[in-house]
Unconditional design. Structure first.
Length: 562
């Protein structure tokens, strides 16, 4: 099923087109935005000018054509403060129905706050902790407190960026008296409510909307790309420093700021004051940016209201795991093989804990990288490890920091062929400790991939034990593990080099490792002779390998045809 969600805001009109999956999650497959300033002048006169209404109808018609080109089943649209406060807001709704054939619902400030909170906490992943969500629009600012499943407090204030700029920005640049009046007005409106939220307690402050994104990007440092703003934490002191800088600049100077949308330059000074005052009143140390806002809230609310059970939340309550599985499904991954490689990777991680000394966080990264290691086949089997890195980096993973996404992508990238090298740009950008983590986790996934070389889930368990100068990995199998054993010996060298020891394999129930290396034993050394194999066994393994690759190519073609 596909739906489109339209947010008729005071500053911009936004639309996203989403595909709702059988598990009730959704993915954005297209988006459009038009900054028409519907609230400019309207918030003072309480009337939408005819020219603005005509422009809005043209935009809505364009949105409808785009949505229909995607074969959507339904279009949901909501209007906020500009239409809500306009005396001719009813005319706007009627014209949208008559001219465009759209049913636009005017929502209250409280409902707007609830939907935005739902979307922002879904995107960031607040688990059971409380979060404050602040959304600054053109006509109003919504501030909520709650968890990802319940809003405990919510208010909408007439403190939008357009409204405040029109009322208080009398001089260019903003004069001291203008700023004092603006600050006094913001505090008078919000101080009691924000004090109440402070007393109730919260773990983080999340900011959504275009104004938040624009000011947050500037405060965090120029040159950041849009995809890097998701879940970006911006320090309160950087926001305050940016505020002082912007209020002292003229409009012409703000127009020249690299990274600031020129269409937001006139609102940037007042917007920065508003954000800084709110964060300061909350006594928060940082602000986390969210790219989900009202439109995504409309989608989530639609799913909830139209479904008896939210299967996604039941199946994958954690936003990080849910996001990983969703990416795998979008890329037509092979879940049985992916889960087996993840299972074996974690078993290897646990069995070699004394050697790598990594912790729970790295273990989680390993599992997610293993689940996604083959998704690059969605693009092409050739160099699919590199394609996997690209898809993970650009796959809209939720709940992860940018650095985590990079590590997960690189671990998946190194499951075959080349090992990590500083000549690889993404790898070289990591800190030294993160590079070492990628080396270890990548080597574990590489070995686990070998241990499911037939894609038949032959290996059922793994144990490891140090034996003199070697690490012996004992494999439990439910059938013929010849191909897996051959592939494991072939791919164990990177892990052996990291652990600075030989790695030998044996099937549970076979001979136990001897004190000295015995190449006639089933537990052969893979560090010194990874490709050693009896001729007949090698021929059988090569034959099975060719058959397996042919089957994989057939599955890949079938996925493409679908």
């Amino acid at each position: 099923m596909r739906i489109a969600a339209i947010d008729v805001g005071s500053n911009s009109l936004h639309m996203i087109v989403c595909r709702i999956r059988p598990d009730l999650s959704f993915e954005v497959i297209d988006r459009e935005k038009d900054m028409i300033r519907l609230g400019a002048g309207t918030l003072k006169s309480h009337a939408i000018p005819p020219a603005s209404m005509a422009t809005a109808m043209q935009t809505l018609a364009k949105f409808r054509r785009l949505a229909e080109s995607h074969g959507v089943d339904e279009i949901i649209a909501a209007a906020t403060s500009a239409v809500r406060e306009a005396d001719n807001g009813g005319d706007f709704i009627a014209e949208a129905r008559r001219q465009v054939g759209l049913r636009v619902r005017v929502i209250s400030g409280t409902e707007e706050a609830r939907l935005i909170h739902l979307a922002a906490t879904y995107a960031i992943g607040t688990a059971k902790g409380r979060a404050i969500v602040i959304d600054i629009g053109g006509g109003s600012t919504e501030i909520t407190l709650g968890t990802s499943v319940r809003v405990e407090a919510g208010r909408s204030f007439k403190l939008g960026a357009i409204r405040l700029t029109e009322r208080f920005a009398k001089h260019d640049p903003l004069s001291g008296s203008d700023e004092r009046l603006l600050v006094r007005h913001i505090r008078r409106q919000t101080s009691a409510y924000l004090k109440q939220l402070r007393r109730r307690g919260f773990q983080r402050v999340i900011g959504s909307s275009g104004t938040m994104q624009a000011i947050g990007a500037l405060a965090a440092g120029q040159g950041r790309r849009a995809g890097e703003l998701r879940r970006l934490a911006v320090r309160a002191e950087d926001l305050h420093r940016l505020r002082k800088r912007l209020v002292d600049m003229t409009l012409d100077q703000r127009l020249k700021i690299s990274g600031l949308d020129p269409r937001r330059a006139d609102l940037a000074g007042v917007g920065a004051v508003l954000i800084d005052e709110l964060i300061s009143s909350l006594e928060a140390s940082e602000l986390t940016l969210s790219d989900f806002a009202l439109r995504e809230g409309l989608v989530l609310d639609y799913i909830k209201r139209n479904t008896a059970h939210i299967r996604t939340a039941e199946r994958y309550p954690d936003v990080r795991r849910r996001s990983v599985i969703e990416l795998g499904e979008r890329c037509n991954y092979w879940p049985i093989h992916a889960r087996q490689v993840a299972k074996l990777s974690l078993a290897l991680f646990d069995a070699t804990a004394e050697q790598h000394r990594l912790g729970p966080q790295e273990r989680e990264w390993l599992e997610y990288a293993a689940l996604l290691h083959d998704i690059g086949i969605h693009i092409s089997y050739e160099s699919h490890h590199k394609h996997s890195l690209y898809l993970i980096q650009h796959g809209d993973l939720r709940g992860f920091d940018p650095e985590e996404i990079k590590i997960i992508g690189l671990v998946a990238r190194y499951h075959r062929q080349a090992t990590p090298a500083k000549s690889h740009e993404e790898y070289a950008e990591l800190a030294k400790s993160s590079r070492q983590t990628v080396k270890v986790l990548g080597a574990l996934v590489r070995l686990a991939e070998g241990l499911d070389r037939s894609h038949a889930q032959v290996i059922t368990g793994i144990d490891a034990a140090a034996a003199d100068d070697a690490l012996v990995i004992r494999l439990r199998a439910k059938g013929d593990a010849e191909l897996e054993l051959w592939a494991a010996r072939r791919h164990a060298a990177p892990l052996a080099d990291l652990f600075e020891t030989e790695i030998r394999f044996e099937i549970a129930g076979g001979k136990k490792p001897r004190a000295r290396k015995d190449t006639s034993s089933q537990a052969e050394s893979t560090r010194q002779a990874p490709h050693v194999s009896r001729p007949a066994a090698r021929r059988r393994a090569d034959r099975r390998l060719r058959e397996n690759d042919a089957a994989r190519a057939a599955r890949q073609m079938a996925h493409r045809e679908r």
